[in-house]
Design a protein around this ligand. Structure first.
Ligand code: TRP
Length: 454
């Protein structure tokens, strides 16, 4: 990734599509709905949206601008701007290494369900205990995990990401339409679903807790691919004449829109199938896999819609996994002077160890928990709720006090572009974001060690 021969996106659309392709993935379809269900429905949604337009916006502008200003990948970018902050780039690099393995384990679940629908087993999968029994098996989840990470690794090794991206660009709109159809079907055809819509949309302050904010903020980083250097890398490929503010807004709206619709597809269905039993809302990572097969089983033509749905989700997940792996591989290449193939194989090796452990965390090793968490929840928590906030905090302090907001604003306003949210950006980055992240980190850590149950 040398800056002199750095290729660039052709235009604004190229940048927005590439960034949105990395942003929209399992985070929107799998992670957002289960968090929203668990942490207060409408209250979570409201918190998330407020954070997205203030905090998410400012952090994304900062990252893209750092990338474009330096024309470098994250570690080099921080190093070029101020040597004392090089560690932030390294920290950012550890995060995708933790995410990729468990992301791929879930990618494996997606393949299993896709195959299940293609082979006409909707009614078996609609069974309440199916998901739990499935992930409790020792061998099969590992096999599908290997298939998912295997495809990802082959694509990265052969450097054919562009091909997958092309297919995915065409599948993404179909996925959005399918999500909408499924949501409308549930809401209009199923008894009790409307209560779920109300729970999801109407903020109820009695559902608010610090964990709502902790979870919403972790989700924001995850979903918008922030706080791990990705947007710095994307920014480094962005041409000067393109508006950072405009493209940030588009990515934000698209990413949040897909997450919102995914919640609308899943949460009302949880109400319809559980008869309003609130404990069904706390199902966690399995929620999508438990609820969706039931909808498809009840829906006319559900087998086909289910199969189509999981195929599209698989593509969305693959593009994100490919870009996660590509990020780690390029760091190994640049920083450890490795050749591409050995770098890919090393990343694959790390992912295999952590990913197989994640799968076993639900079966053979299920009695092994870290501070009461299964491995998947642990990896997810440590990356989203601890490491990403630390990276975001360091980025905010760096931009607010070392580089100074002015430098970012100048970058965002070069070549006649405007940054209308200048004031918001400056106040967020200098004051609100740092204070807020510190508070959130303290609460997550207290919660983590079980000192305070929030
Ligand atoms: N945003 C992705 C999703 O919603 C997950 C993700 C986080 C990601 N960071 C990333 C994907 C970096 C690609 C690159 O699923």
């Amino acid at each position: 990734m040398e800056s002199q021969n750095r290729s660039s996106f052709t235009g604004k659309l190229g940048f927005v599509l590439a960034a949105a392709g990395s942003a929209v993935g399992l985070g929107n379809i799998w992670r957002f709905p289960y968090l929203a269900a668990k942490y207060g429905g409408g209250m979570f949604l409201l918190t998330y949206i407020i954070l997205a337009v203030t905090f998410g916006f400012s952090l994304m502008v900062a990252e893209v601008a750092i990338g474009r200003k330096t024309g470098k990948s994250p570690i080099d970018a921080f190093q070029a701007l101020d040597r004392r902050f090089t560690w932030v780039g390294w920290l950012a690099a550890i995060i995708p290494t933790i995410i990729l393995p468990y992301y791929s384990a879930i990618g494996g679940w997606v393949i299993k369900y896709m195959v299940g629908f293609i082979t006409g087993q909707a009614s078996t999968m609609a069974n309440d205990s199916f998901f739990g029994d499935y992930i409790g098996m020792t061998v099969e989840p590992i096999v599908w995990f290997l298939v998912f990470i295997g495809i990802t690794a082959v694509v990265v090794m052969c450097g054919v990401e562009k091909g997958v991206e092309k297919v995915s660009k065409f599948m993404m709109p179909i996925l959005v339409v399918l999500i909408l159809i499924i949501a409308l079907y549930t809401i209009f055809a199923m008894d009790g679903a409307v209560d779920g819509v109300i729970y999801y949309i109407k903020p109820d302050f009695s559902h608010f807790s610090i964990m709502t904010v902790v979870a919403a903020m972790g989700q924001l980083f995850y979903s918008m691919s922030l706080a791990m250097g990705i947007m710095i890398t994307f920014g480094s490929y962005m041409k000067k004449e393109i508006s950072i503010e405009g493209s940030t807004h588009q990515i934000e709206i698209f990413d949040t829109g897909v997450a919102f619709l995914a919640g609308l597809m899943i949460i009302p269905a949880v109400f319809a199938f559980s008869g309003g039993d609130e404990s069904a809302l706390g199902k966690g990572p399995g929620l999508m896999f438990i609820t969706l097969p039931k909808i498809f089983d009840a829906m006319p033509g559900g087998d086909i819609i289910g199969a189509a749905f999981f195929i599209m989700v698989l593509f969305a997940a693959l593009t994100s996994a490919i870009s996660l792996m590509e990020t780690i591989v390029s760091i190994f290449q640049d920083k450890l002077n490795m050749k591409r193939i050995p770098a890919c194989l090393t990343v694959l090796g790390i992912s295999l160890v952590l990913g197989i452990a994640t799968c076993l965390g639900y079966s053979a090793w299920s009695s092994f928990t870290i501070i009461g968490m299964q491995l998947l929840d642990f990896f997810d928590f440590i990356s989203n709720n601890i490491l990403m906030p630390i990276t975001a905090l360091a980025t905010a302090i760096f931009v607010g006090y070392v580089l100074k907001p002015k430098a970012i604003i100048e970058e965002a306003e070069c070549e006649g572009n405007r940054l209308k949210g200048k004031k918001l950006f400056t106040v967020m980055i200098k004051y609100i974001a740092p204070i807020f992240i510190v508070l959130i980190l303290i609460s997550s850590i207290l919660d983590f060690f079980g000192i305070v149950k929030i």
